[in-house]
Design a protein around this ligand. Structure first.
Ligand code: AMP
Length: 397
């Protein structure tokens, strides 16, 4: 059985690696000739809007899935006329626009950050007045890793944001994957949440409606980019896990979803506020390769191919560290007991995710010790290690 995957980055790479033991074959479509999956699978290099390429891509495939949530919805719908596309294109549509996404959360009774639509820069003052300062202004579409965002604390920040809003285009995503568009961008402004921490939930739904949810993950970002995930999230209150599971199941049911879905939350004052969702496997789920009975990648493939889902239980505790911009010495990383190194085969560039390291342990104490053994190339502040370890220590006190 050959599965087509839209997008050929590291998520696709790890999907294929999880699929080969299941006897699956893969074909990728990605606009970039540099897409790392070229090393391990057939890759068609073409724009997502190239219909002739999409037709060629679809030939003989059992189904199509995606590893990139900004695949144009029209491309997914075009393919869906020829071959099953899972998760359904409606999930892509819901997740691509922050406004649609927030309205979906609201409709399903999932608490979210307070927000207001900002149609253009003239409307910014009124929208900020509605939500209050500090606030975060975001483009509705194509924001990723903190791009297309402005934190507003002062009148000066608002004035600067207004000037920049006028030049912002709606499609400002990774150039290799998106084409420019001349329409004016839409924005939302959100109340700034002084959260105690960021958490994400990964859930999977099979073709029969069966669902399974992984334990919540605690995520540490720096510069808008995920640096460190701890799983299961330390100091996890069962009520919070329940709230996250309930939210994920509502979204899965509503969208008649098949595959893995991620939702990112802010934990604040004993509540969970949904920030955004991704209709795909997710960076905060990489720990599941070694840290869970069944990885998110395998479970996504089990779901879309109609196989029974695997257990989402954690095996001990894990920490996942993203390697951004450069990679450490492999031998130093692997000298730490129960460490695992994943390199994606991408060329080094500042701010680029090149790989990740997962450390596994049997207890939070052992995990803290192993994190402390990381070589000095793991600059502690860059990986948010000090704050994560402080939080872990607080949980044991
Ligand atoms: P996003 O692209 O929405 O995931 O935002 C990237 C990161 O910016 C989040 O992971 C948070 O660390 C921070 N952030 C986004 N929105 C807010 C908000 N409303 N309040 C506080 N921090 C935020």
């Amino acid at each position: 059985m050959t599965i087509g995957i839209l997008g050929g980055g590291q998520l696709g790479y790890m999907l294929a690696l999880a699929g080969y033991p299941l006897g699956l074959h893969f074909r990728f479509l990605d606009p970039s000739p540099e897409a790392p999956v070229g090393r391990i699978a057939t890759r068609i290099t073409a724009d997502f809007t190239d219909r002739a390429a999409l037709k060629k891509f679809a030939q003989g495939l059992a189904l199509v899935t995606y590893e990139f949530e900004n695949v144009p919805v029209e491309a997914a719908r075009f393919l869906a006329e020829r071959v099953p596309v899972l998760p359904p294109p409606a999930a892509l549509e819901a997740a691509q626009d922050r406004l649609t996404e927030k309205r979906l959360f609201q409709k399903l009774g999932i608490a979210t950050t307070e927000f207001a639509l900002v149609e253009n820069s003239d409307r910014l003052d009124a929208a900020v007045k509605q939500v209050g300062l500090p606030a975060v202004l975001k483009t509705c579409r194509m924001g990723y890793d903190g791009k297309g965002q402005w934190t507003l604390r002062t009148a000066g920040d608002i004035a600067r944001a207004k000037a920049e809003m006028q030049t912002e285009k709606p499609l400002v995503g990774k150039p290799r994957r998106a084409s420019p568009n001349s329409e004016a961008a839409k924005f939302i402004v959100e109340r700034f949440v002084p959260f105690s921490r960021e958490l994400s939930v990964l859930a999977v739904r099979g073709k029969t409606g069966e669902t399974a949810v992984y334990p919540l993950v605690e995520n540490h970002h720096r510069g808008g980019i995920l640096r460190l995930s701890l799983a299961p999230a330390p100091r996890l209150d069962s009520q919070i896990q329940h709230l996250a599971e309930d939210a994920a199941k509502r979204v899965l049911r509503e969208l008649e979803y098949v595959g893995v879905l991620a939702i990112e939350f802010f934990e604040h004052g004993g509540r969970l506020l949904a920030n955004e969702m991704a209709p795909r496997v997710h960076n905060s789920g990489h720990w599941t390769i070694e840290g869970a009975v069944t990885s998110q990648f395998e479970n996504h493939l089990r779901a879309v191919t109609g196989l029974p889902l695997g257990s989402t239980s954690a095996i001990g505790c894990s920490a996942m560290l993203n390697l951004i911009g450069d990679v450490p010495n492999s031998a130093e990383v692997l000298s730490i007991r129960d460490s695992h190194l994943h390199l994606y085969g991408k060329s080094a560039r500042a701010g680029r995710k090149l790989g990740h390291v997962t450390l596994r342990a049997n207890s939070p104490e052992q995990l803290a010790t192993r994190l402390g053994e990381l070589p000095s190339s793991f600059h502690r502040s860059e990986f948010c290690l000090d704050s994560a370890l402080r939080m872990q220590t607080a949980s044991r006190a």
